[in-house]
Design a protein around this ligand. Structure first.
Ligand SMILES: [Zn+2]
Length: 447
């Protein structure tokens, strides 16, 4: 009852009040996802041409880079013509940041997003508000592929709950509208998991959402406590590789299929499984995805005009697909993502910290970090592997010491290993965080 009221009354009312068109966009997107593949491709081509023209006209970085490469937006007559255009790397974004912002926008009015990307490289991205709204609609559409319906309560196994940054207003909004309950994965212990279990048994969330390794931990804890009555409508695993052995335990304990999703802060949702759970549909209304022969995914953001990302190399290797999905959606497919992985880290007090959240925090907060990876050598020794840039100095070292102390307490020592690069594994997988001690603890938890 409350779910229905929330869906049909609260969400539309707040959207109207805040002048946010995302629910109207959602209605369109729900229909167009079933268009034929060639119709969707034609729409992408038009969106791509418009984005290229806008970038040429208003973004200094692209005009210079394309002039040098001898290409022009008018060269693009079909989608494949984009292959002649230069690739944009994370290093390019770090080096040319403001030159990639469109002169048609006041940068202070754009939404600023700080992220450590998918490979521990910190980046600042700016996004315009209409694009944020469109992307929000795309995300809700694929949220609902999981079985969840907008308006239902959501449980998140995630790092730092966002709403807490917005004071009372944030709490009220979360209480009445977003209705999310959180398991803070930056500091997990048996008591927190037990509390969260009680909360989700009481609130019966329609959706459980989180990093693969946090969902797996939660499922292990529920199994151990013999709690088998948490039955969400959907489960979404995101931001890292979902291993089959994790999926099996989560699905067994929660009695619901896991929907694997892939995205990044830079362009938001890239691809998601549908109810068939056989490959992922590209979010073609928001991004154009290219998979070159080396498998390194390139995405072009079709809607963010504030800071267009064109042929951006996300840093993940994906396996392309030409299959049509049984669900009937015309959205293109990828088979799987060889993305990112991270272990949980164990503190001397016996708490667990999500490796992906931990590394993201470090990457974004340490000045002069070009890339970072955290290795837990023993229960009291951390190695911070770091690629430094020119801004790295004694303040950065002090910040690392502060972060280690605040997160792990006084008994954990660390060393900083400055390296030229943090290699990806041969499969293309990137490991944010490696723990040489948490495995035994995790095995005990899942026994
Ligand atoms: Zn499908």
């Amino acid at each position: 009852m409350l779910d229905t009221l929330n869906r049909h009354l609260m969400h539309p009312f707040m959207a109207w009040r805040e002048g946010r068109p995302h629910l109207r966009y959602l209605k369109t997107l729900e229909k167009t996802q079933f268009d034929a593949p060639e119709v969707i491709r034609a729409r992408q081509l038009e969106a791509l041409k418009a984005q290229l023209k806008h970038a040429w006209d208003t973004v200094p970085y692209y005009r210079a880079s394309w002039t040098q490469a001898g290409v022009h937006p008018s060269d693009v007559r079909e989608l494949a013509d984009l292959e002649a255009f230069p690739i944009v790397t994370k290093a390019d974004i770090r080096r040319h940041n403001r030159a990639m912002v469109s002169s048609a926008f006041d940068v202070t009015k754009l939404r600023e997003k700080r992220t450590s990307g998918s490979t521990g490289v910190p980046l600042t991205i700016y996004c315009d508000e209409p694009a944020m709204q469109w992307k929000a609609a795309c995300t809700i559409r694929s949220d609902e592929w999981s079985g969840y319906r907008l308006g239902q309560r959501v449980a998140k196994a995630w790092g730092n709950p966002e709403y807490r940054h917005f004071g009372l207003k944030g709490r009220l909004r979360n209480y009445f509208l977003d209705r999310a309950v959180y398991l803070d994965t930056l500091d997990l212990n048996d008591q927190r998991i037990a509390e969260f279990t009680r909360t989700i048994r009481r609130h019966r969330p329609g959706l459980i959402f989180g990093h693969a390794h946090s969902l797996y931990l939660l499922a292990c804890a529920l199994k151990k406590a013999r709690v088998f009555d948490v039955r969400p409508n959907g489960i979404i695993s995101t931001a890292m590789i979902l291993h089959d052995w994790q999926r099996a335990v989560i699905e067994e304990v929660l009695g619901c299929k896991v929907t694997n999703r892939y995205g990044c802060e830079e362009v938001s949702l890239i691809a998601s499984e549908c109810e068939e759970h056989n490959g992922l549909h590209v979010n073609a209304d928001s991004v154009y995805a290219e998979v070159p022969s080396n498998g390194k995914l390139l995405v072009t953001d079709l809607c963010n005009r504030g800071m267009p990302l064109i042929r951006y190399q996300v840093g993940d290797v994906v396996v392309p697909s030409t299959r049509a999905c049984k669900c009937g959606r015309g959205l293109p497919m990828i088979e799987r993502v060889e993305g990112r992985d991270a272990d949980y880290v164990l503190t001397p007090a016996g708490h667990l910290i999500s490796g992906i959240s931990l590394t993201e925090n470090f990457a974004v907060l340490i000045p002069g970090t070009a890339q970072v990876q955290i290795v837990q050598e023993s229960i009291t020794q951390l190695r911070i592997r770091l690629v430094a840039d020119d801004a790295f100095n004694t303040t950065s070292r002090q910040k690392i010491a502060d972060l280690v102390r605040d997160t792990f307490g006084d008994t954990v020592a660390h060393d900083v290993e400055l390296v030229d690069a943090i290699p990806q594994e041969p499969s293309g997988k990137y490991r944010f965080c490696i723990s040489k001690v948490a495995r035994d603890h995790m095995e005990a938890m899942s026994a």
